[in-house]
Design a protein around this ligand. Structure first.
Ligand code: ADP
Length: 643
């Protein structure tokens, strides 16, 4: 039993508990996992939108270059320089101001007197474009990043926190690294990283990070840094580019383009002198973008949200003060500085971000709670099922083990019960056969013993055989109308000599009038003999047995045959168990009383087959009282003859 229990505990119970514990542990991480999944999804969306905006800006820059090239193809560059502001704005509405500046820093256009915007532009940018002032600029050194000169913003990896960039950082140079290198080469002083205007609630890396103050700080630092430079330093030998700078906290985005001049055929000193002169007279055409116009261009992009996510998130394009420029849900309001996730757009629009807000932030917590609850319930049901299953298995195991032990006891008890009468029979029959007992009284006594022991043997064997038949469902009863009073009297008369010979005071209280029952006479006699035999066996010193027959009316008319003794009584707690097969309340070892544990089982089974019952109750004043209850027939009712 111990071994089985140990195997059960090790093979089933402990692994189940470990599994349950692991499941409970995983419950705690559900919200975190859900948030992470969502943040990855929404981060991807924000990254995608930021890249789309970069593509639009790259496209705008290409359009600007094409416009300038088209203007120059028809006219002399010096001629159009003066009217460039007007020409460009007429042709290209994204331009707020068109400017032309010579390599030596003379601003040919716009004229500060032409209009207020031009005046403001000259005031803001005149010194910077004239190379008389170093200012903080955000720019994108394309030549360094893209030596092939491919004019694509998209390829010039902006230093945002996007998933794609995180993954590609190992293989490509980030814009920050590029800025730093360029600054070193050209002697710019580079400003350090700034804090971002927004604080995304979710960490943006695809790799799980331990939450901590250090990570959070790093998380909130902008990857876009400004460098301090003069315009000439900044453009170097490049033919085109874009830069952004803040003037009085207002963002100025400038595109510039330097048309290439025809290559001189002269050689040597002459050629280099010509080139020098040419580069000094070379013009740089530029445009300051109209942010209002740009905002309108970008609006459709930010308003597009996948239909499946429209009820989940709001997309916003935030400017450098974290003010929403465009919103996918115009009525949505939130703390704009605390988006769920956000991605910086890049150097051309420094500190502008694409931010994603949850329309119903509590929904995530609710989903996590529902998930937790469902999983919690599942785990509880699982643990309960394991517990109940274990209990059932253990109970059944116990029952089987008890039954196995009882069967072993039964075999040894029956063998012993067979051996004891056989020994007596053999001994007394040998004495008689050898003629060693000559006194007739003794001879009669020995013969009586032999008869009694043979009867005991028969009873035992009958019990065992009947039990086997009942177990197999093969027991057959010969039901007939029978007088129970007469049957009890006959059985008592048969048993009386044996009891009295053993010193018992035996009282038989049976009414004279017949009591009719529908029953198998032999089977009922077997019940009575079993009860009388038990009363004799478990009587100890109180050798008094009473056999009573009483007609009862409640709850239904029935007859009750009682066998009362003054013996050991049934120990408390075993009152019902004594009717189970092989069960013995007084086992042979402790009480020294032989038995098979089948007598009462059979008695009850026979009684039940007759529509009756056998019950036990302690007898007043000590001892036991076993009652056989049977339904009675009226005087006219015939007995059934079924078997
Ligand atoms: P057994 O062969 O052991 O007597 P039974 O089925 O006849 O088997 O009885 C089952 C158990 O009930 C006995 O082992 C005994 O402990 C208890 N029992 C039966 N009759 C009596 C009685 N008259 N007084 C006390 N205990 C009894």
């Amino acid at each position: 039993m111990k071994k089985v229990a140990l195997v059960f505990v090790l093979a089933v119970f402990v692994p189940s508990l470990v599994l349950a514990w692991l499941a409970v542990r995983s419950l705690r991480d559900q919200q975190f996992l859900l948030e992470r999944q969502q943040s990855l999804l929404y981060q991807g969306i924000a990254d995608g939108k930021a890249k789309d905006i970069q593509d639009i800006l790259a496209e705008d820059q290409r359009a600007f270059t094409a416009k300038v090239a088209a203007l120059l193809s028809d006219n002399n560059s010096m001629e159009i320089a003066k009217t460039f502001d007007d020409l460009l704005r007429k042709d290209w509405p994204l331009a707020e101001v068109g400017f032309v500046v010579t390599a030596t820093g003379d601003i040919l256009a716009p004229s500060p007197y032409a209009r207020p915007e031009a005046r403001l532009f000259c005031a803001d940018n005149g010194r910077f474009l004239g190379n008389r002032e170093s200012v903080e600029v955000y720019w994108n050194p394309k030549q360094l990043l893209n030596p092939s000169g491919a004019n694509t913003f998209a390829n010039n990896s902006f230093a945002n926190n996007s998933t794609a960039n995180l993954l590609s950082q190992s293989s490509s140079l980030s814009a920050n690294d590029a800025n730093a290198e360029y600054s070193k080469r050209y002697g710019f002083s580079s400003k350090g990283q700034q804090a971002r205007n927004v604080i995304p609630q979710q960490q943006q890396s695809v790799y799980p990070q331990k939450s901590g103050a250090a990570d959070e700080n790093q998380q909130q630092l902008s990857k876009i840094a400004a460098s301090e430079a003069e315009f000439r330093q900044l453009i170097g030998e490049d033919s085109e580019g874009a830069l952004a700078r803040f003037v009085d906290n207002k963002l100025n985005v400038l595109f510039w383009y330097r048309p290439s001049s025809p290559v001189s055929k002269a050689s040597g000193k002459m050629a280099s002198a010509a080139a020098q002169q040419q580069s000094e007279t070379q013009l740089i055409f530029g445009a300051q973008l109209s942010l209002a116009h740009l905002k309108e261009d970008l609006r459709p992009l930010t308003q597009q949200v996948e239909p499946a996510l429209r009820d989940e998130i709001c997309l916003a394009l935030l400017d450098d003060t974290a003010k929403p420029m465009t919103l996918s849900h115009p009525d949505f309001r939130a703390n704009w500085k605390r988006p769920f996730v956000a991605t910086e757009i890049g150097e051309t629009l420094p500190h502008w971000e694409i931010a994603v807000y949850l329309l119903d932030p509590a929904k995530l917590t609710r989903s996590a709670h529902t998930l937790k609850l469902t999983l919690g319930l599942l785990i509880t049901v699982l643990v309960l099922a394991i517990g109940v299953g274990s209990w059932l298995i253990v109970t059944d195991l116990n029952r089987q083990l008890t039954l196995a032990r009882q069967k072993t006891d039964f075999v040894s008890n029956v063998s012993h019960e067979l051996k004891t009468p056989l020994t007596s029979i053999r001994m007394f029959s040998e004495l008689l056969a050898e003629g060693r007992v000559l006194e007739p009284a003794k001879q009669r006594s020995y013969l009586a013993i032999i008869t009694a022991e043979a009867a005991r043997l028969t009873r035992l064997i009958n019990n065992v055989l009947d039990f086997a038949r009942i177990e197999r469902g093969e027991k057959k009863y010969q039901f007939q109308r029978a007088d129970l009073s007469a049957l009890v009297r006959e059985t008592a008369d048969t048993y009386r000599p044996h009891l009295e010979a053993n010193g018992f005071q035996f009282e038989c209280d049976v009414p004279e009038a017949p009591v009719w029952v529908n029953g198998d006479r032999d089977a009922l006699a077997q019940v009575l003999v079993n009860l009388l035999s038990n009363a004799e066996k478990y009587s100890d010193h109180g050798k008094e047995i009473v056999l009573q027959v009483r007609q009862q009316t409640a709850p239904l008319p029935h007859v009750e045959v009682k066998v009362l003794d003054r013996g050991l009584g049934v120990p408390g707690g075993s009152e019902e168990k004594i009717f189970e097969k092989f069960y013995r309340a007084h086992d042979s070892l402790s009480s020294g009383i032989q038995g098979s544990g089948l007598g009462l089982t059979l008695a009850r089974q026979i009684a039940q087959a007759h529509g009756g019952e056998v019950v036990y109750e302690p007898r007043d004043g000590g001892g036991s009282c076993f009652s056989l209850r049977l339904p009675v027939l009226t005087s006219e009712q015939p007995g059934t003859t079924k078997t």
